[in-house]
Ligand binder design. Structure first.
Ligand SMILES: Nc1ncnc2c1ncn2[C@@H]1O[C@H](COP(=O)(O)OP(=O)(O)OP(=O)(O)O)[C@@H](O)[C@H]1O
Length: 219
């Protein structure tokens, strides 16, 4: 579903490229982890496959079509769901409004959105009374869970997440892992997660390590 072809990336003014000639394929129904030392370029890679930035060389294809042809804005609005730490949550809106707005922008066909959102929030342990609170009143961990629920509600084939369990307690981490697993295995999504956490990486179907400017399959 997602194909990375001969990809290279170099930040302007950086001495070296972060990586070159990367070739990878990601399929629906699988959960992938990307691990690697701090600064190895994991977040940058997610930004590229999420259509937030363009590769310096090579290309990325979604269902055989290059992102450059789909258009990055189109791609982000229609194909991919991004769970970066509290990425793009709107601080002046409530939890409910944040998720509902995202569903509307992405053309969700769910009829009773409020009811649906409350059910999804319940799955990650967010009670109804929090749903009507402003985002900025929530803790970092709660905001992270909202960002995940928003990605689940938007029904995209590709979900990319950066350290989604980074600031959560052990029990919530388990819950979040099982939500991502469910999305991959029961809803046939392609889930790609950058993580430092072994527990999360171990649960993935395929693990890639970014080391010495190349990706190595370790599971
Ligand atoms: N906008 C930028 N301009 C120049 N260099 C950058 C920029 N953003 C990141 N870098 C550098 O690129 C390298 C890769 O950064 P990236 O955030 O992708 O790594 P990472 O593996 O996700 O790290 P971490 O695990 O610490 O989050 C780092 O050396 C970083 O300093």
């Amino acid at each position: 579903m997602l194909e990375v072809k001969d990809l290279g990336y170099r930040y302007e003014k950086a001495e070296h490229a972060l990586y070159e000639h990367v070739n990878l394929q990601f399929e629906k129904g699988k959960m992938y982890s990307i691990i690697g030392a701090s600064g190895s370029g994991k977040t940058t890679f997610l930004s590229l496959i999420a259509g937030l930035d363009k590769p310096t060389t090579g290309e990325i294809l979604f269902d055989s079509e290059p992102l450059s042809k789909i258009g990055l804005t189109n791609y982000r609005n229609q194909k991919v769901s991004i769970v970066f730490q509290a990425y793009n949550l709107l601080p002046y809106m409530t939890v409910m409004q944040n998720i509902q707005t995202a569903m509307e922008i992405t053309g969700s066909t769910v009829k009773d959105k409020k009811d649906y959102i409350l059910k999804m929030l319940d799955k990650v342990g967010i009670a109804e009374e929090l749903a009507n609170k402003n985002i900025k009143l929530l803790s970092g961990g709660q905001q992270q869970r909202i960002a995940i629920v928003r990605s689940m509600c938007c029904d995209r084939d590709l979900i990319v997440a950066d350290e989604p369990t980074g600031n959560l307690d052990e029990e919530t981490t388990k819950e979040i892992i099982s939500l991502f697993k469910d999305l991959a295995h029961n809803e046939n999504k392609c889930v790609i997660i950058v993580t430092h956490e072994k527990e999360l990486s171990d649960q993935c179907d395929i693990s890639l390590e970014l080391k010495n400017r190349a990706f190595h399959r370790i599971k």
